[in-house]
Design a binder for this molecule. Structure first.
Ligand code: SF4
Length: 464
């Protein structure tokens, strides 16, 4: 039995997809590329914007086209929201486009049920077989074992590790708390055990991810063990993960500005494996808009967080998300955001056009911004983003960076060894001249940055 996966949206989804792959491999399935003909397709969907919904539907459609006889399962947030809508008798935000899904999706799996996906797929498969009066699958034990071995042989340089799920923040634009539910953190020991397993498989870098990572551990009933760590369980977790042998880098997923205090960062910078790369969620550079979004910080407080990070980490990469065209955003408010992002000088910005999510407070707000205006604002932000990114990358020219090589890539008809530095800038070194370049994958090399190779990739030379 072959199964193809596709993950859309956030890093938590990517993490959960990897977990699902493992479950299927352990159950004897062979994981194949999504484009290949498979018996089962799992699409881990996203619903953060209308675009994400559309893409989820498109990919579910594509899976059906890849093999009309396959079992197509929709997992993740979009699937969850569609499932909830259908269970509420289509009375809440059910759209025709959602209803049409039933024509080509066999299974909707909520986030809470992702761990039981194999059984759910098996149930559909058996039901079909019964209907067709066909003998059950006769896969041999040997074939099942081969599937497992293949998974163990796979080597990854970087792995996402989900440390918490859910969110209690209820930003007015966001549907995620409704589909992911309240905050749930995983125990430190459980995460360490998983990271240890990943390190044994050769993973060198772990990315701590969560829906609201800054809230990690606030749901723990016993926080005594974290009193020396500014009362922040996240610091306790990072300290424990840093002790795992074989892991050389720890990267943090999106952080909320309010976690960044002088005390927190003072402790954080002592955990030497933590990369100087911080994704500090902003959403708007205008205080009035932030209030309407129910974000609990001001631009002044945000600037202070950036100052603290730059005080304790050397040239950190600070990246963020911005929403263009939030309800009632005036041209003046938007211009304030543009000025603010320049003031912070982000190294990268993810720009999103505001997307109405049924059931959220922002959806019911008056003063929705016209689509055309959202598009113009988003384009304006994207061109600022391009300038800022280049400006940040130019600060690396001539510097020597530690690059964790991940893969050999053909670029402009030449082979390059490509990886990331600690600040998550992609860097390539010509493979010719490096003896056994393939062996350098998953090792850290010292590279002098020479300039830009392509739009996003910097070029460098190995230092001996
Ligand atoms: S913090 Fe806000 S934007 Fe992030 S998941 Fe929670 S509600 Fe959504």
């Amino acid at each position: 039995m072959k199964v193809g996966f596709l993950s859309l949206g956030c890093k938590v989804n990517y993490y959960e997809t990897e977990k699902m792959k493992l479950q299927f491999e352990q159950a004897g399935y062979k994981v194949v590329a999504f484009e290949e003909a498979a018996d089962v397709y799992i699409i881990n969907t996203c619903t953060v914007t209308n675009v994400a919904d559309r893409k989820s539907r498109k990919m579910l459609h594509r899976a059906r086209r890849n093999n009309p006889g396959a079992i197509v399962a929709a997992a993740g947030c979009y699937a969850d929201s569609v499932k909830k809508k259908s269970e509420s008798n289509k009375s809440f935000g059910w759209k025709e486009t959602d209803a049409e899904l039933a024509n080509y999706v066999d299974l909707f799996v909520s986030n809470a049920d992702k761990d039981n996906l194999v059984e759910k797929v098996e149930a559909v498969r058996k039901e079909r077989e019964r209907a067709k009066a066909v003998l059950p699958d006769s896969k041999s034990e040997k074939e099942k074992c081969e599937g497992t071995e293949q998974a163990l042989k796979k080597k990854h340089t970087r792995a996402y590790v989900k440390v918490q799920d859910g969110c209690n923040q209820y930003c007015t634009y966001c549907i995620i708390p409704y589909v992911r539910g309240p905050l749930k953190s995983r125990a430190v020991e459980e995460v360490v055990q998983e990271v240890t397993g990943l390190a044994k498989k050769g993973v060198r870098e772990v990315v701590m991810t969560g829906i609201h990572l800054s809230s990690y551990g606030v749901d723990f009933t016993d926080k005594k063990s974290f009193t020396d760590l500014e009362g922040k369980p996240l610091l306790g977790l990072l300290t424990a993960v840093a002790e795992v042998e074989g892991i050389t880098r720890i990267r943090l997923g999106s952080l909320e500005p309010r976690i960044i205090t002088e005390e927190f960062v003072k402790t954080l910078c002592k955990i030497s494996k933590v990369c100087p790369h911080f994704h500090l969620s902003l959403q708007s550079g205008c205080d009035e808009t932030l209030r309407r979004m129910n974000r609990h910080y001001t631009t002044e407080e945000y600037l202070e967080c950036v100052r603290i990070l730059r005080k304790y980490f050397k040239s950190p990469a600070i990246t963020t998300d911005i929403i263009a065209g939030f309800p009632q955003e005036t041209q003046k408010e938007f211009e304030r955001t543009c000025e603010f992002v320049k003031e912070v000088s982000f190294s990268q910005i993810h720009v999103f056009k505001y997307s109405r999510r049924q059931g959220t407070l922002a959806d019911a707000m008056e003063g929705q911004v016209a689509e055309q205006v959202k598009t113009e604002r988003s384009s304006a932000l994207l061109s600022i983003e391009k300038e800022l990114e280049e400006k940040y990358q130019q600060t690396l020219y001539g510097k020597v960076e530690a690059v964790l090589f991940e893969e050999l890539v053909q670029i402009q008809e030449e082979e390059y060894l490509v990886g990331y530095n600690e600040r998550y800038v992609r860097i390539a070194v010509k493979a010719a001249g490096i003896s056994d370049a393939e062996k350098c994958c998953n090792t850290i090399g010292t590279v002098r940055i020479t300039g830009r190779l392509t739009g996003e990739i910097l070029s460098g030379e190995m230092e001996v």
